[in-house]
Design a protein around this ligand. Structure first.
Ligand code: URA
Length: 194
């Protein structure tokens, strides 16, 4: 299995889908490669595309705040990635073929990092990693296994939804971050069990 550094090299040269043609940079992901918490968003926006880093715009500032206020973690202490690594034009939704083309990068990132908790932000990452057609409003509020691993998925709203939707969405997100904190605080599964 390629390590994270090799995966990044591969992703930076990727032309597997049409998003490659419109990007400024590939936003591979960043953070602690040994993080217990991995956060998965949707895809880079304009600021992320320019910076080559995930969640550096308004949504990112809210994500940083929630991580710190509800879990007590700075963003460098978690790993942050997206479903698609290149910006969809005009911030449109990523298309099924784009998600399928990029999926091996995300799955390999998860396999390398082996987080205890995967927080999925919004519909795209939640549906992909839980492997369901159900929407985020119904999915959030409980946890799900990630494939056949010990990693636990905690789905929550995308921070952009909280920025648009106000108090109720934000309160739901805070509750989900607290749920993730509780799982992170629980004893790790015995060595050799994963
Ligand atoms: N929204 C996302 O889903 N990902 C980012 O990196 C930035 C905004």
């Amino acid at each position: 299995m390629p390590d994270l550094a090799q995966l990044r090299v591969d992703a930076l040269a990727c032309t597997r889908c049409p998003l490659a043609g419109g990007r400024t940079t590939v936003v591979f992901g960043e953070g602690d490669p040994h993080a217990a918490l991995m956060v998965v968003g949707e895809g880079p926006g304009r600021e992320e595309d320019l910076a080559g880093r995930p969640f550096v715009g308004r949504s990112g500032h809210l994500l940083d705040r929630l991580l710190l206020e509800e879990i007590g973690l700075r963003r460098e202490q978690v790993y942050i990635a997206n479903v698609v690594k290149c910006r969809p034009p005009g911030n449109r939704d990523p298309q099924p073929d784009e998600i399928a083309a990029c999926r091996p990068y995300l799955e390999a990132q998860i396999d390398e990092i082996r987080p205890a908790v995967l927080m999925t932000l919004g519909n795209f990452s939640s549906k992909l990693l839980i492997a369901t057609a159900e929407g985020i409003t119904r999915l959030r509020g409980r946890t799900y296994p990630y494939r056949d691993t010990d990693a636990v998925i905690v789905p929550t709203y995308h921070p952009a939804a909280a920025l648009r939707g106000g108090g109720t969405v934000l309160a739901g997100m805070r509750a989900d971050f607290v749920r993730a904190k509780g799982i992170l605080a629980a004893p790790a599964p015995p060595v050799g069990s994963r």
